[in-house]
Design a protein around this ligand. Structure first.
Ligand code: NAP
Length: 494
């Protein structure tokens, strides 16, 4: 496996990286951190530094907050159609620049170019969806049941928002929050993950080009997240936090939001069960597992973390899955034909290694993969483990890597109990041909989303989100804009 991209690819990438702003966006001005701090952005396939971007500290966080607060009133008064059209224009620009945005994402995050292109389309779709939602916000009018009062329901934006995103879907996690915030009339301070600031900065530049007024979107890239964010959460001027990331960090931020009783949306971690019943279409189940496990190299909150297969199918399922996994090509995301890119960083890969070693130590059998390759880059091979002990650590934590852990089960009650035996509840996958069972198990799983005979649930038109410690609120669908709107109820005599 060569990790050196061809010279033409390197030159094109340098050109694309060079075109992205490297500064903070505050009140419509691109600026450096006052202390001149910058942080490196590297390529996970080689470890090579791609560029440096501004590294905001607390003062720049304050400036961004001030800019968002100052712009809020006027932005809330903007015609919904004007907000809608900004989103629509940005949607079109994103699609027109698919190749450059995909190359940028692959460079800083590692996913193969084909997947990066898929993410660009998915990310753009949030802007199209919310451009349509912006003009459909409605209130209400009625008479109260006792006939004495009338009720008028007004809608208004929640106010300046803080948006925090992870590195695994660098563009889509941004548009999934920025789209509804713009549609609802909220201003924003956006703090992307430090590993993937370039996609966020490119997105901000596109929104400027699409006509977003100064101060509506402010971007602070930083390696000092706590320093920048905590004062904003405790300060009382930001009215909402929309966070996507780990449950652990989400919990810390929720505690900080408690001071000001701040409204929050929390898209947190998952521990998805993937259940294959004895009446499943085995081909469809293996296809579904490939998608649910391998999308984004397994670095997805929706990744199938625990694969439960009915004992009668377990060996055949594992054999077919291992065959498909072993055939995947691992390498730099820029190389044509590569299916599996590097993991995000050394710590992420070390965690995967430790989880596999723990499972093997408890008796799991490795059907394919399981060994870290030599050489640069943070690659980990597609791996299939069978006979996984339920006490293994990978059953209790997000693997966040290309490792399929398979357990056999005997009956429905047992597998539903096992699937629900986790503090998380983001998504579950169910493969069965029986309609009764499909509906019954979908009702019994403690999750926010179910993939029924499919390994992919994400769609801008659907309410994405979890229950239990996987989060609060929903992104996308009709619910997505609600997260950024308030009600004012006016009572008046009838
Ligand atoms: P993370 O470590 O929780 O970080 C997420 C974001 O929070 C980053 O921008 C991070 O910046 C920031 N952050 C961390 N500590 C902070 C603090 N004290 N104050 C303010 N901001 C802070 O998660 P990640 O490793 O980037 O992403 C992977 C996680 O995201 C997984 O758990 C995955 O399941 C979850 N995820 C969930 C969804 C969903 O929709 N439910 C979607 C995608 C990913 P720093 O890195 O600088 O700290």
């Amino acid at each position: 496996m060569s990790t050196t991209p061809p010279a033409a690819v390197t030159a094109a990438r340098e050109h694309i990286v060079a075109a992205v702003p490297k500064q903070l966006l505050v009140g419509g001005t691109w600026l450096d951190a006052a202390d001149g701090a910058t942080m490196a952005v590297d390529d996970p396939a080689t470890g090579e530094v791609l560029c440096r971007v501004a590294d905001a500290g607390a003062p720049e966080g304050r400036l961004a907050e001030e800019a968002a607060v100052a712009a809020q009133e006027e932005w809330a008064r903007t015609a919904p159609r004007a907000r809608s059209e900004i989103l629509r224009r940005a949607y079109e620009i994103i699609l027109a620049r698919t190749d450059d945005l995909a190359a940028l994402m692959t460079a800083e995050m590692g996913k193969p170019l084909a997947e990066a292109r898929g993410e660009v389309a998915y990310a753009a779709e949030f802007f199209r969806w919310f451009s349509e939602e912006a003009v459909r916000v409605d209130g209400g009018y009625g008479t109260l049941p006792d006939g004495r009062n009338r009720m008028l329901l007004m809608r208004r934006p929640v106010g300046p928002c803080l948006l925090i995103t992870p590195w695994n879907f660098p563009l889509a996690m941004g548009t999934r929050k920025i789209g509804p915030a713009i549609a609802a009339g909220c201003t924003m301070v956006f703090k992307p993950a430090p590993q993937t600031p370039l996609s966020a900065l490119a997105l901000a530049a596109i929104l400027e080009e699409a006509g977003l007024p100064p101060g509506v979107l402010n971007v602070v890239t930083t390696s000092r997240a706590g320093e920048v964010v905590e004062p904003l959460l405790r300060g009382g001027r930001v009215r909402k936090l929309s966070f996507t990331g780990s449950t652990e960090v989400g919990r810390t931020l929720l505690a900080q939001c408690a001071d000001t009783v701040m409204r929050t949306s929390m898209e947190l971690g998952g521990n998805a069960p993937f259940i294959v019943f004895e009446d499943a279409d085995l081909d469809a189940a293996v296809d579904g597992a490939m998608t649910a496990k391998m999308r984004n190299m397994g670095e997805a909150c929706t990744a199938a973390n625990r694969i439960f297969v009915h004992r009668s199918l377990a060996d055949e399922f594992a054999r077919r899955l291992a065959e498909r996994m072993a055939a995947l090509v691992v390498g730099p995301g820029t190389t044509p034909g590569v299916d599996v890119g590097p993991l995000i960083d050394a710590a992420g890969r070390a965690k995967v290694e430790e989880l596999v070693a723990d499972a093997v130590g408890r008796g799991a059998r490795v059907l394919t993969g399981g060994t870290v390759p030599e050489g640069p880059g943070r690659f980990y091979p597609p791996t299939v483990l069978t006979g996984v002990d339920p006490g293994s650590r990978l059953m209790e934590t997000e693997i966040f890597g290309p490792v399929a852990a398979i357990l056999a089960f005997d009956d429905e009650d047992e597998v539903v109990r096992a699937a629900n035996d986790t503090p998380w509840g983001l998504v579950g996958y169910v493969f069965t041909r029986g309609l009764d069972r499909a509906l019954r198990v979908s009702e019994r799983l403690e999750v926010g989303m179910v993939g029924l005979n499919t390994g992919l649930v994400s769609s801008p038109a659907a309410p994405f989100g979890g229950v239990k410690q996987s989060g609060l609120g929903r992104e996308g669908g009709r619910a997505g804009i609600e997260e950024f709107l308030e009600y004012t109820y006016v009572a008046m005599p009838a």
